[in-house]
Write a protein that binds this ligand. Structure first.
Ligand code: NGQ
Ligand code: ZN
Length: 454
């Protein structure tokens, strides 16, 4: 049992002051009482508390190459050539290197105000493509890194089986990713055995894409995993949409909706290229659209039909994917700005007159992130996890703001990170913008990159 006291907090029915949050031994909220006195034994946070947002799409290993594919004419001019740069960086990455990179990323993730991460994990095998003595070695490393940082993790072991539609064989650069159905089943069984009961770990599955998983195999693994989130990359680049149409005479989202039981367990990553009928189909399915604005911008993917999808009640969340940027502010700001730039209007995603744009974006991303990760979180309410971020209301960027104006200031104004404290399962893991292990973790990360890339 522990008590947390926030001078202001966004509760499910609105802003409240002097909120006392009681948590139980597992870090769940027992009660959230406004207008309370601060008991002597409570941990006090001066600032605006909001439920954390889950980062619903991560490839942790790509943190090692953030910003490295930005020179023209060096093989990094398209999504597909960027992918070759990324594959090459994996040639030398050993398990301890991966863990060091992931730990750095996960500390950055927490400090930015994300309170969980879904790791879409496909770096399974040794450098020569052979299985490790423990085939779950790299999955254990991801979870160890998340535990070092104190970040709840949804591990999504990826099934990667082919390099393109029609089951074309994997390329040499993909050798560390590949499983058949039986190997994938052994991995997910081992992970369930190790982490099935853990409070800080959720397990799901991730068929990599319709390109990388033939239809029959996709149907098999969906049937074999009746619980937990299912994430898939769906329609990021026009070329993959064209390849899908050439192979199946159908677009990827259309094909998925027709052939799989897409519902609230599913998260469609990069539902970038959709027709209006596909937008309506995904919105009606209850699935989450996993939006990764900064990566999609960085890789030149295209812009998601946010206005239409949200107007139809579509559910969505955000992820930092390649980690070119790790910030809910940037993801949400780019989402609204993309909608403004393409529609030539303002407050496009506010959801109606006289509403705060950031309030709408933050609340949708909280709910979508919770659904996509499987963690019971996303609101400061009894029964849910006490995963909470506190905004620094003393900062000049938030001066004279209250209520929703604080969220609008956080998401749209300036470039200073305004998340001051982060609470995970009722305990502060970031205090005054510092993580207690950040120096040690950053040192290890820098040494690792020196070895990998030097
Ligand atoms: C990935 N990343 O799996 O890391 C992909 C690139 C692919 C993004 N799609 C590789 N952003 O899709 O084949
Ligand atoms: Zn991805």
């Amino acid at each position: 049992m522990s008590n947390l006291f926030f001078t202001s907090a966004l509760l499910p029915d609105g802003w409240a002051e002097n909120v006392l949050v009681e948590t139980d031994g597992r870090g769940r909220i027992v009660s959230a009482m406004p207008d309370a006195a601060c008991p002597a034994d409570a941990e006090r946070f001066a600032g605006a508390a909001v439920a954390g947002i889950a980062n619903l799409h991560s490839h942790a290993h790509q943190r090692a190459i953030a910003g490295m594919g930005e020179s023209s004419g060096e093989g990094s001019d398209s999504f597909w050539s960027w992918r070759e740069v990324m594959y090459r960086a994996l040639d030398r990455m050993a398990p301890e290197d991966f863990e060091a990179v992931a730990a750095q990323l996960y500390v950055e993730t927490l400090k930015a105000g994300f309170t969980a991460i879904a790791e879409f994990h496909y770096l399974h095998h040794d450098r020569d493509g052979g299985a490790y003595a423990d085939p779950a070695e790299m999955s254990h490393r991801a979870i160890a890194a998340a535990r070092t940082a104190g970040l709840p993790i949804t591990l999504l072991p990826v099934l990667y089986n082919a390099s393109g539609f029609g089951g074309t064989p994997p390329t040499a650069g993909q050798r560390r990713f590949i499983h058949d159905g039986a190997g994938f089943d052994r991995l997910t069984t081992a992970l369930r055995h190790s982490y099935g009961e853990a409070d800080d770990v959720q397990l799901g599955i991730a068929p990599h894409s319709l390109r990388a998983v033939p239809d029959g195999l996709l149907t098999e693994i969906v049937a074999a995993h009746p619980q937990g989130p299912i994430h898939i990359h769906i329609a990021e680049q026009r070329r993959e949409v064209e390849d899908c149409v050439a192979y199946r005479s159908r677009r990827p989202v259309e094909h998925l909706l027709d052939t799989q039981p897409v519902d609230g367990r599913w998260c469609l990553i990069h539902a970038t290229h959709m027709t209006e009928a596909e937008v309506a189909g995904v919105a009606a399915s209850g699935a989450i659209a996993g939006l990764c604005l900064t990566t999609e911008a960085n890789l030149g993917d295209g812009f998601f039909a946010a206005d239409s999808y949200m107007a139809q009640g579509g559910r969505w969340g955000i992820g930092s994917d390649s980690h070119i940027s790790v910030s809910p502010v940037e993801e949400l700001r780019w989402l609204e700005y993309g909608a403004r730039l393409t529609s030539e209007r303002r407050t496009v995603l506010a959801g109606g007159p006289r509403r705060s744009t950031a309030r709408r974006l933050v609340e949708d991303a909280q709910a979508g992130g919770a659904q996509a990760t499987g963690f019971e979180s996303g609101r400061i309410a009894a029964g849910l996890r006490a995963d909470i971020v506190v905004l620094d209301t003393d900062h000049p960027l938030l001066a004279a703001r209250e209520g929703d104006a604080l969220l609008d200031g956080w998401i749209f104004a300036g470039n200073t990170p305004l998340v001051r404290d982060v609470v995970i399962a009722g305990r502060a893991v970031v205090r005054d913008r510092r993580h207690p292990r950040e120096d040690e973790i950053a040192d290890r990360f820098k040494k690792t990159l020196g070895r990998l890339l030097g």
